[in-house]
Ligand binder design. Structure first.
Ligand code: C5P
Length: 409
């Protein structure tokens, strides 16, 4: 699931000895479906329930279970628990047996899994699985309480039929539910969770006649990069996109397609009041023909030359700036060929923006390029340079800088 909170997350899946270990195979598949990278570490007891081969095939990575790499035991190749612990963005121990839970609590690390847990700095989830009486046992409940108090998230066992034939609480949560549970929790922790972000991008086309227009070479890449950055921080993103033909990844975004500056303004106004952050990256045409011919203009009528009467398009950023509320933040872009800093500072004031992002036009920056370098100017005079990098990366850096400034992180 691209752009979900588990997308491209490095997940360390610890599998311990419980009959529910067979469900780990489904959990690996489910995590991979959500876009996670999965590294399995299993206890020796877990191998009695599911083979390392099954889990390594599904995760497409070797499965580790001992401190010494089994294949290379005689050469003494070390499975480094510290490296594994640091590699992970999150650790899930599922199934977590009663034995493994108690080791997590006491800090006993006589196997790779518990040693990795001790080294891990990332959030840890445990999904217990055991027979109902073991689950009810005070030792288990106090271990779970203790782990919760230390910041480990317990994904409670479910009620149902158990391997023993008994019915009660002890079944490991279903792999789909584990992924849903973790995703929902990760999502809620993101700084833009529950917030709407509005971004415009691309050029506008102002029609002269049915086949000709005034436009520019904007691809929309910068806006889309910011949109994905905002989405990966939990925002619901509406992207108002002008007529670009550049192949853009628009997955996970609410996209409103427009052609002209006037249409772009209407679309932006529709979503503006419900958005806490609005970023105007679009290269909006400054002029529109006063009238667009309804039939193609013919060369024969021009007598060698012709002129087109133009009028100004609405300034979208400035229009939105006029009704900006105290809880809203508005950011504009400026693409300049000369005197950029002066123009950028001027736009902060005239358009009532909270920040202006200045980029210049060169073979590696601005339109058509997939890299960019920018300078950000804030209302209070603070200024930051973000050096040349690919636009997707720059989008993330820029958004972090902005959120940091607005104290939204
Ligand atoms: O005034 P200038 O066009 O240089 O300002 C650039 C900024 O203003 C960009 O954020 C652009 O999206 C926005 N803009 C606009 N409507 C226009 C022209 C520019 O929103 N008609």
């Amino acid at each position: 699931m691209e752009n979900g909170p588990l997308y491209q997350r490095k997940v360390l899946l610890g599998v311990s000895g419980s009959i529910a270990a067979y469900k780990s195979a489904f959990l690996v598949r489910e995590l991979i479906k959500w876009g996670a990278e999965v590294q399995v570490v299993m206890t020796t007891a877990a191998k009695d329930f599911i083979t390392p081969l099954t889990l390594s095939t599904l995760s497409t990575r070797p499965v580790y279970s001992t401190f010494l790499h089994e294949k290379d035991e005689k050469y003494g190749v070390w499975n480094n628990h510290v490296d594994l612990g640091l590699w992970a963005d999150l650790m899930i121990i599922a199934p977590a047996s009663s034995n493994t839970l108690s080791k997590l609590v006491t800090g006993a690390c006589d196997d790779l899994l518990s040693a990795v847990y001790m080294s891990a700095k990332c959030p840890v989830y445990v999904a217990p699985a055991m027979d109902l009486d073991m689950y009810k046992n005070e030792a288990t409940s106090s271990n779970l309480e203790e782990l919760t108090a230390r910041g480990v998230t317990v994904i409670p066992a479910e009620h149902g039929e158990l391997a023993s034939g008994l019915i009660g609480q002890g079944r490991m949560a279903e792999p789909e539910d584990i992924c849903q549970f973790i995703s929902a929790q990760l999502l809620e922790q993101l700084p833009l969770y529950g917030k709407n972000v509005l971004i415009n991008a691309g050029p506008t086309h102002e029609h002269i006649d049915p086949v000709r227009y005034l436009g520019n070479n904007s691809t929309g890449q910068m806006g889309v990069a910011l949109a994905h950055a905002a989405r990966s921080l939990g925002a619901t993103v509406t992207l108002v996109l002008g007529p670009t033909h550049y192949p853009l990844d628009l997955s996970g975004l609410h996209v409103v397609r427009v052609v002209s500056a006037k249409e772009m303004l209407t679309a932006m106004q529709e979503y503006y009041s419900s958005s806490v952050l609005t970023i105007c990256t679009a290269a909006v045409s400054d002029f529109v023909p006063k009238t667009a011919a309804d039939k193609k203009l013919k060369k024969t009528t021009m007598k060698g030359s012709m002129s087109i009467d133009l009028e100004e398009t609405p300034d979208i950023l400035a229009t939105l700036g006029q009704t900006k509320r105290i809880d809203q933040r508005l950011i504009g872009f400026a693409l300049e060929t000369n005197d950029g800093v002066g123009y950028a500072k001027d736009k902060l004031r005239t358009k009532n923006a909270d920040a202006i992002v200045l980029n210049t036009l060169s073979s590696t920056t601005g339109f058509e390029s997939n890299t960019n370098a920018v300078e950000v100017f804030f209302q209070d005079g603070e200024q930051h340079s973000l050096p040349l990098t690919v636009k997707s990366e720059l989008g993330e850096q820029l958004l972090h800088r902005v959120l940091d400034k607005f104290q939204w992180v």
